[in-house]
Design a protein around this ligand. Structure first.
Ligand code: SAH
Length: 492
C-alpha cells in the first residue's frame, strides 16, 4: 500500500524539512509487522512528492499479534491487510513522520505552522460504507475529494465493484493537520483494524483528534467506528471529548442540546450558554444509545414521544428495521423544525409512508399512540410538572403500552460538576425537576409495579465514581404481547 503526499508550495522541496526525511535518500523504518519505506519520486522546486510505502508481512501479523475474533483460519494468512491502508498506515505515519505529526519542524519551524497546498493519494483504501462514508469523513474538513472504485476482480468484472478505492484528497492546511486527519480517518474507513490494535494504542490515537474531531459533524460515527470492538472505550472517548471542553476555563455549564434548543412551549427561549460541541456530545450519545436499545428490542413500529426537533426520528428513519416511526410533540414550532430536518415533503413516497409527525400532549390518552412496539421519551419527563407526571404515566404506560419504553432524564447529582453551578439551579429553565439517581430509580420502580413492566437503569455519559453520569436512562419492558387494560384507569 502506498500513500503519497505532494506539495506545490515553493520551494516544494521544503517538504523534506517538514517530514524530516531527505528527498535524496530512501529511508526505511521497521514496524511491528513489516517495514515502511519513505522515498521521493519527484523532488524539485515546483513539485515535491513523498511516498510512504508499506511492506507488511501477513504471516508476521498472525505470529506477532494474534488476531482475535476470526474463526476462518485461512483468513489470518490470506487477507487484504498487506494491501490496504488502514491502521498499519497510521502506525507507519506515527513512526516515520512522528515529528511532523506532532507539528515540529527542526530546521524551518515556521513551515510547520503554515497552511500549504497538499495533494494526497492513497492506494488503496478499504471503505466500509463506500463513497458516502468517504464524503462524510473528509468533506466537512474542507478536502476536495476524488476517488476510483476498484472492481472485485479485474478479469471477472461481473463480480462487480469492491469496497476498495484509490483516493485523492486536496487541501491547503498544515502538514500536522493533514497527517492527523489521515491518522484517524484511514482506520475509520477500514473497520477491520482492531484485530491488531491494543487498547493503549487506541487511546493514543484519540489524542490525534484534538482540535478537529470535537467539531466534526460525524464525530460520534468516527469514534464508534474507530473503537469498533471496544464499545466501552467508545463511550469513554466521547466523554473525553466532552470533558475536554469542560476543563476549558470559561465559566460555562453543560446544558443539553435538547434543553437548549427545544423549548416546551412555543415562545419560551432556551439559554444555550454551553459550547455547542458540549451540548451535542452528550445529546448525541443519548440519542445513539436510545436508538441502539430500540433496535435491540426488535421493534418495528416506534414512537418518539416529545420528539422535539426530530433528531432521534432522523436516526430511526435511516434504519430499515423500522416499518413505521411516529413523532409526537406538544410544541408546533418544534414539529415544524422536525419536518424540515427530515425533509418530509421531499421524501420518496415509500419513505414518507414510514413516518408521521403529530401534535399532541402526553398527558392525555391518545388512540394514535396505540400499536407501537417501542416508545422513546428522551429528556421529556423533566419538562412536565411533577404533579402531571402521573397523567403521562397513565397515557403511555397504562394506555398506549408499547412493549419497550426508553426514558432518559438528567442526573441532578452531576450538576455540581458544572463550573457555574449554583445550589438548586437546574440545567434549563423549562425543567420542572431534575432527579438524583435514587429518585429516578424510585420513580421507575413505582411505574413498573403499577403498570406491569420490568426495568433496567443505566448511566449515559462518562461516569463519575461518586456522582454518576450526566444523564440517566431507564428501559422498561412489558412481557405481555397484547395490550392490557390500564390498571390505573384512563388518563384524565
Ligand atoms: N426528545 C427530544 C426533545 C427533548 S426536549 C430530543 O431528545 O431531542 C423536550 C420535548 O418535550 C420538547 O420538544 C417539548 O415540547 C416536549 N414536551 C414537553 N411536554 C410535553 C407534553 N406534555 N407532551 C408532549 N410533548 C411534550
Amino acid at each position: 500500500m502506498l500513500l503519497t503526499i505532494t506539495t506545490t508550495h515553493y520551494p516544494a522541496t521544503d517538504l523534506g524539512f517538514l517530514l524530516h526525511k531527505h528527498p535524496g535518500r530512501l529511508q526505511t523504518t521497521e514496524l511491528s509487522a513489516g517495514y515502511a519505506h519513505v522515498f521521493y519520486p519527484v523532488a524539485d522546486e515546483e513539485q515535491c512528492t513523498a511516498a510512504l510505502l508499506l511492506d507488511i508481512d501477513p504471516v508476521g501479523l498472525v505470529r506477532k499479534s494474534s488476531p482475535k475474533g476470526n474463526d476462518f483460519a485461512l483468513a489470518q494468512y490470506v487477507n487484504d491487510r498487506p494491501y490496504v491502508a488502514g491502521s498499519f498506515m497510521s502506525a507507519a505515519i506515527a513512526k516515520a513522520f512522528s515529528s511532523a505529526l506532532n507539528g515540529n519542524c527542526r530546521d524551518k519551524p515556521e513551515l510547520a505552522e503554515k497552511a500549504l497546498p497538499f495533494t494526497v493519494k492513497i492506494a488503496v483504501l478499504h471503505v466500509k460504507g463506500g463513497e458516502n462514508v468517504l464524503k462524510q469523513l473528509f468533506e466537512p474538513l474542507g478536502y476536495t475529494l476524488s476517488f476510483t472504485r476498484h472492481n472485485l476482480d479485474s478479469v471477472f468484472t461481473e463480480w462487480g465493484p469492491s469496497n476498495h478505492y484509490t483516493v485523492e484528497l486536496q487541501h491547503t492546511i498544515t502538514l500536522k493537520q493533514l497527517l492527523s486527519h489521515l491518522y484517524i480517518l484511514m482506520p475509520v474507513c477500514d473497520t477491520d483494524k482492531h484485530y491488531w490494535l491494543a487498547e493503549a494504542e487506541v487511546e493514543k490515537l484519540m489524542s490525534k483528534g484534538t482540535g478537529w474531531l470535537e467539531n466534526h459533524p460525524s464525530r460520534a460515527f468516527i469514534v464508534r467506528r474507530y473503537l469498533k470492538n471496544l464499545p466501552s472505550l467508545a463511550n469513554r472517548a466521547l466523554s473525553v471529548l466532552i470533558s475536554k471542553d469542560e476543563s476549558e476555563p470559561e465559566p460555562e455549564s453543560v446544558i443539553d442540546a435538547a434543553d437548549a434548543e427545544t423549548a416546551a412551549e412555543p415562545g419560551t427561549t432556551a439559554a444555550p450558554d454551553a459550547p455547542a460541541v458540549l451540548r451535542q456530545n452528550i445529546h448525541e450519545l443519548r440519542l445513539q444509545t436510545a436508538k441502539a436499545v430500540i433496535i435491540q428490542s426488535g421493534a418495528r413500529r416506534v414512537a418518539d414521544l416529545g420528539c422535539g426537533e426530530g433528531k432521534l426520528l432522523k436516526l430511526l428513519l435511516s434504519e430499515k428495521q423500522f416499518d413505521f416511526i411516529l413523532g409526537m410533540d406538544v410544541s408546533l414550532r418544534s414539529l415544524e423544525i422536525a419536518k424540515e430536518r427530515l425533509n418530509i415533503e421531499k421524501l420518496p413516497e415509500r419513505q414518507a409512508a414510514r413516518i408521521s409527525l403529530i401534535h399532541g400532549a402526553l398527558t392525555y390518552r391518545d388512540k394514535r399512540l396505540n400499536g407501537f412496539d417501542a416508545a422513546a421519551l428522551i429528556e421529556v419527563i423533566e419538562h412536565l410538572d411533577e404533579s402531571r407526571l402521573s397523567a403521562l404515566e397513565k397515557s403511555v404506560f397504562g394506555y398506549a403500552r408499547p412493549r419497550t419504553i426508553v426514558v432518559t432524564t438528567p442526573n441532578a447529582e452531576y450538576n455540581v460538576r458544572f463550573t457555574d453551578h449554583k445550589e438548586g439551579q437546574m440545567r434549563h429553565k423549562d425543567h420542572r425537576f431534575e432527579w438524583t439517581r435514587a429518585q429516578f430509580a424510585a420513580w421507575a420502580a413505582k411505574v413498573s409495579s403499577e403498570y406491569g413492566y420490568s426495568f433496567v437503569l443505566s448511566a449515559v455519559g462518562e461516569e463519575d465514581a461518586e456522582l454518576g453520569a450526566l444523564s440517566q436512562m431507564a428501559v422498561f419492558t412489558n412481557s405481555y404481547s397484547g395490550k392490557t387494560p390500564s390498571p390505573a384507569g384512563p388518563a384524565n
